[in-house]
Unconditional design. Structure first.
Length: 282
């Protein structure tokens, strides 16, 4: 590991100014950064820890039933939260898929998203929760929808010095479900991640959201498939149409883990499966 400067700021403004410097990296849980530094794939000149900045951890339910998750909240806490499990089940299921329990006790939800991997396990659940991402810097604060955060593999709309502080989940779903397609039971990257969330009233789908990971340069919402479902009663034929529309929205690649053709086929299958499970939960 190369030598580096280490900073432990106590305010967001201080952290932002340090992070804006050339070759600076943020330290949240460290489960990606430390490994990268040991392997010399990450060689920051300085590391800025967020550990001592107050207000970045915890899960709170607001008066309008929206849920706010601090970016430094451990993934294990997201996985086990009764509020997340009840109202955003797909997100809790995605959190449970990250590494081992030991890793989830270190990793943060903010780090999982800021890393901007198209295959991140929490991203599909955040997509179907319509999450808003709160961002802060020394110059102020702003918020962006989760589906507008990513610009490419490992890339986001974050400007120099900007730090993710919170995720706000405004829309509890009647039912949601996440499936990760992988080889091993644990500690494997997703071939595909699919989450679905539905709101059902009197047997009619009022709202549907489908989030897809690892099937495009960025995580995406399958909006055409969602539009097919809204205002209709669920039938096997309707779910099949939605699965086909979701697969059509993808642009996967072939790599060592999976072919593009298999990814497209499984998006169709897993979209139907997650929709049915979300409907059963609703």
């Amino acid at each position: 590991m190369k030598s580096f400067e280490f900073f432990e700021p106590t305010t967001l403004a201080e952290a932002s100014n340090l992070f804006a410097k050339e070759h600076a990296q943020l330290l949240a849980g460290g489960t990606d950064l430390v490994i990268g530094m040991k392997a010399y794939t990450e060689t920051p000149a300085s590391v800025v820890s967020l550990e001592k900045i107050p207000g970045l951890t915890g899960i709170t339910v607001d008066n309008d039933n929206s849920i706010t998750i601090g970016a430094m909240t451990k993934v294990r806490e997201v996985e086990l939260s009764n509020d997340i499990r009840q109202h955003h089940t797909a997100l809790a299921e995605g959190a449970s898929e990250i590494g081992s329990i030991q890793i989830r006790n270190l990793a943060t939800i903010g780090g999982n998203i800021a890393h901007a991997s198209p295959a991140a396990d929490t991203v599909a659940g955040l997509l179907v929760a319509d999450a808003q991402v709160n961002i802060a810097s020394a110059n102020g604060e702003r918020s962006v929808p989760i589906n507008e955060l990513f610009t490419g593999p490992g890339q986001t709309v974050l400007k120099p010095g900007e730090i993710i502080t919170q995720f706000r989940l405004p829309n509890p779903a009647s039912g949601s479900h996440y499936i990760k397609h992988k080889i091993r039971e644990v500690m494997d990257l997703a071939f595909i991640g699919v989450a679905s969330a539905v709101d059902v009233q009197n047997g009619v789908i009022e709202e549907a959201r489908i989030g897809l990971a690892a099937v495009a340069p960025t995580p995406i919402r399958a909006t055409e498939a969602e539009d097919l479902l809204k205002g209709k009663r669920p039938t096997p034929e309707l779910l099949q149409q939605a699965g086909e529309a979701a697969a059509a929205a993808t642009s996967p690649i072939s790599d060592l883990r999976c072919s593009a053709e298999h990814r497209k086929e499984m998006v169709d299958v897993l979209t139907r499966r997650t929709l049915q499970n979300a409907l059963d939960r609703a």
